[in-house]
Design a protein around this ligand. Structure first.
Ligand code: AP5
Ligand code: MG
Ligand code: ZN
Length: 224
């Protein structure tokens, strides 16, 4: 898809398990834009036992948000890389109004705006079922679900042969806390992006390909 005319920054909104990561990865491949996932960056820091990873671990294990100052610095650092000059598909960031304002200011400084903020709407029950069955590749972070998108061989990544694992924060108690945190701290962003005229609501309670088709239509509409 040709979106080369202006930088395209899009923000995937939705509860934990809504499908942000799944859809962001597919969009990033189709659009040729980097996927910038704050959760993935934190998990990479955790794996490498960096100071940032050690700081984030307690918050992530409890299903709470990592403090804004470190999160904003980390994502702004990533967005300043040359591969983000043409835009990015943001997944998991921003998650608070302070983060949204920081992103807006950084983009305005480059004379750029967020083009699109799709909200994937999924019921709480569906979210809990999705996270209970989610499996992630240790090596390439590809996403699977034991029922909805299983790998060809159980426990093995189709794309790279890596081992699949279950995220520690996908335990039901932690998922309930993540949902609570979402409604309290992240849901206000829906109003924020509506007010900026870039919110598009998408029914995320449908098969992955149907959601993807709607997202691509929304990108096309935002790029003209
Ligand atoms: P993060 O990694 O961002 O987790 P999250 O928001 O809780 O979202 P998930 O990754 O759980 O869900 P998703 O919407 O990406 O769904 P997915 O595509 O995987 O954050 C983790 C933690 O890091 C946070 O709790 C916090 O501590 C910290 N953090 C991260 N960013 C932060 C920030 N900005 N500020 C502060 N702290 C931050 O899909 C889920 C499952 O469903 C998969 O198995 C998938 O195969 C399946 N699936 C997807 N779509 C469908 C479909 N249409 N039908 C059926 N199954 C589907
Ligand atoms: Mg995700
Ligand atoms: Zn893999």
């Amino acid at each position: 898809m040709d979106t080369s005319s202006k930088p395209l920054f899009m923000i995937m909104l939705g509860a934990p398990g809504a499908g942000k990561g799944t859809q962001a990865r597919m969009l990033s491949e189709v659009l040729g834009l980097p996927q910038v996932s704050s959760g993935d960056i934190f998990r990479e820091n955790l794996r490498n036992a960096t100071p940032l990873g050690r700081l984030a671990k307690g918050y992530m294990d409890r299903g709470e948000l990592v403090p804004d100052d470190v999160t904003i610095d980390m994502v702004m650092d990533r967005l300043s890389c040359p591969d983000c000059a043409g835009g990015a598909v943001l997944d998991g960031f921003p998650r608070t109004l302070a983060q949204a304002d920081a992103l807006r200011q950084a983009l305005v400084a480059q004379d750029v705006r967020v083009s699109l903020a799709p909200l994937l709407e999924v019921s709480d029950d569906a979210v809990i079922g999705r996270l209970a069955g989610r499996r992630v590749c240790r090596d390439c972070q590809a996403m699977y679900h034991v029922v909805f998108s299983p790998p060809k061989v159980e426990g093995v990544c189709d794309k790279c042969g890596g081992q699949l694992y279950r995220r520690a924060d996908d335990e039901p108690d932690t998922v309930r806390n993540r949902l609570f945190v979402y409604y309290k701290q992240t849901a206000p962003l829906v109003g924020y992006y509506f007010a900026h005229g870039v919110l598009v609501t998408i029914d995320g309670d449908r098969p992955i390909a149907a959601v993807q088709a709607d997202l691509l239509s929304a990108v096309q509409a935002a790029s003209v």
